[in-house]
Design a binder for this molecule. Structure first.
Ligand code: ADP
Length: 278
């Protein structure tokens, strides 16, 4: 696909890049998720998405950011297969898709381990294998020692870790995150963002992260896609040039701040296209 502008480039040029109209060129890297001219109108006539085209490449981490009500969750629900789009084409390997929402959605009567095993159980994975895989994920997300707790005895951050572990147990090739950390306090959120970035490196999944937080999007992503107000459409996109691994300290660098400014300006442009974006 066409190279996106980098956040640092755009910051220095003080510009917002608009994507070209029409079909998008395909690159040589394999795609894991592709939206082609996707539109979505709800039965009550609400036009949530108009002509959205987006290719996400294997192993890429892409954040989708936009004002509230611009159709981010609609896009995520279409990708996950929970919602049928009205027009266009969607390509995704749903056999290896995992998703995490704002709520951890743990079953209150099951202990942590049993919650993490749930999806594998539904897929008929034998008990011993389930247990082994669940324990690996528990260790990976930092819940070791809490396996036998019920969800009510976990903090919000720990519940979200359990939710992540449950999704990771399926070894997803695509991981869809729909504002998973929005309800958490800032310190917990930053830790979970650090860990999500590390998980992406370890597991190598393709990440799609829906958010309305600019620092979250810049911190995690290889690419930030900015959506415009309803009907949702893609207004701009930026490659994030920060090196990997992303560390907590990176949040204090001028490059990180520059990335946030660039995305912020693009977002303001989508909300007040003719106004002052500064
Ligand atoms: P975002 O995630 O960006 O906040 P959503 O995808 O949730 O936006 O919603 C996009 C638009 O579609 C909003 O105007 C919202 O009110 C509307 N919408 C969402 N779900 C439905 C629905 N089930 N029926 C009708 N309109 C809906």
């Amino acid at each position: 696909m066409a190279a996106a502008s980098t956040v640092t480039d755009l910051f220095s040029k003080n510009a917002v890049t608009r994507l070209p109209e029409g079909p998008r060129p395909r690159g040589t890297t394999p795609l894991t998720l592709s939206f082609e001219n996707v539109s979505m109108t709800y039965p009550d006539g609400t036009e949530a998405l108009r002509d959205v085209s987006l290719d996400i490449q294997k192993g890429e981490f892409v954040s989708i950011i936009g004002p509230s009500g611009c159709g981010k969750s609609t896009l995520a629900r279409i990708a996950s297969g929970l919602l049928e789009h009205s027009e266009g084409q969607v390509y995704i390997d749903r056999d290896h898709l995992a998703f995490t929402f704002q709520e951890a959605t743990l079953l209150p009567w099951r202990r942590v381990m049993a919650n993490i095993e749930l999806l594998m159980e539904l897929r008929g994975v034998p008990a011993a294998q389930r247990r082994r895989i669940a324990q690996e994920q528990v260790d990976l997300v930092g819940l070791t020692g809490f396996e036998n707790r019920f969800p009510r005895a976990l903090s919000g951050g720990m519940k979200m870790r359990a939710s992540l572990a449950r999704s990771l147990s399926l070894n997803p090739s695509v991981f869809l995150f729909d504002e998973p950390f929005g309800a958490l306090d800032e310190i917990t959120r930053e830790r979970l963002l650090d860990e999500t970035s590390a998980l992406h490196r370890v597991k190598g999944f393709t990440g799609v992260f829906i958010t309305h937080s600019i620092p979250e999007a810049v911190f995690l992503s290889d690419r930030v896609v900015v959506m415009g107000a309803r009907p949702g459409r893609i207004a701009a996109e930026f490659a994030v040039d920060l090196p990997h691994p992303r560390t907590s300290d990176m949040r204090f660098t001028p490059e990180f701040a520059a990335g946030c400014v660039t995305v912020s300006k693009a977002l303001r442009q989508t909300i007040h296209p003719t106004g002052d974006a500064s």
